[in-house]
Design a binder for this molecule. Sequence first.
Ligand code: UT7
Length: 323
Amino acid sequence: MNCFARITGTGSYLPAKAVTNHDLENTVDTSDQWIRERTGIAVRHIASDDETTCDLAEQAARRAMEAAGKTAADIDLIIVATTTPDKIFPSTACLLQARLDVHGCAAFDIQAVCTGFVYALGVADKFIRGGGAKCALVVGAETLSRIVDWTYRTTCVLFGDGAGAAILEASDEPGILSSHLHADGEYEKLLHVPGGVSRKPGPLEGDPGFIQMKGNEVFRMAVNTLGRIVDETLEANGLEKSDIDWLVPHQANIRIISATAKKLAMPMERVVVTVDQHGNTSAASVPLALDTAVRDGRIQRGETLLLEAFGGGFTWGSVLLKF
Ligand code: UT7
């Protein structure tokens, strides 16, 4: 009897164009030192003008499928977490489905901003446990550079583009142990892009199309909320802090990551940190970090991983899994 959803392959992709902190020193009033000290970011990758979220998603998806030894015929569910879809519709998941030559299975997007991949994993887990899918492709992909005001130093140094993916398969061996998904829409104004489809001015016209954030307040909420989700996850599974082998956090700010690691009493050697290499890639950040540590051999089969994220909405969540 298959009762678990287990990650059997991961993949990720960063666009070729790298923008360093020194590059940004030439365009806004900032410094490499400020960005490194306050955020931990050294470089971010930016999609070229003709590259879309689906392009990045496709690269990551193909790598995850290859790692899991799966072909298009095996995939029976596609979920893409993104805040920056190629089109208003069809969903990026449907566009990706066509690219991969997958036909007929359910395919849909999830919009939970930086918590998107954690949400998508949680939903895919429920599909698999409920018997609705056997082999899910779960992707987090973003071209956040399109909704960043590149003249505004407070936000433009923080974000980047990228994609990460995982294949999740039904298994009788332990995989995802629990997922914990939360939101509170009351905090809309602390982190948002005011422009939209139904709201005037129209889709992503001018300033309303850019990320607006009250950084300090978001920072405080993120640290407190992620501390609580760690407790909730451990308690739900009857585990101690010391039972977690790896923390794979959302990569927004090294100071938020360190605070969560401290809460778990985890040395930073057991925390996957990639924020220095790509900045905040929203829904792509957790799977980018996961794939990095899987491919470089740090994360081993049988280890216990805690994935967590916090983002616009606010949304927040965690997934505890045996890898
Ligand atoms: O993905 C989930 C959502 N996002 C996050 O989790 C982000 C959460 N917030 C943060 O990571 C941090 O709040 C930031 C990195 C955005 C800002 O760091 P901070 O330590 O909270 O800085 P601050 O906003 O308090 O600004 C401190 C100073 C200000 O100058 P004054 O008023 O002290 O003279 C800013 O104007 O730093 C200035 N500043 C900058 N200086 C150089 C703001 N941005 C920059 C910059 N370069 N890029």
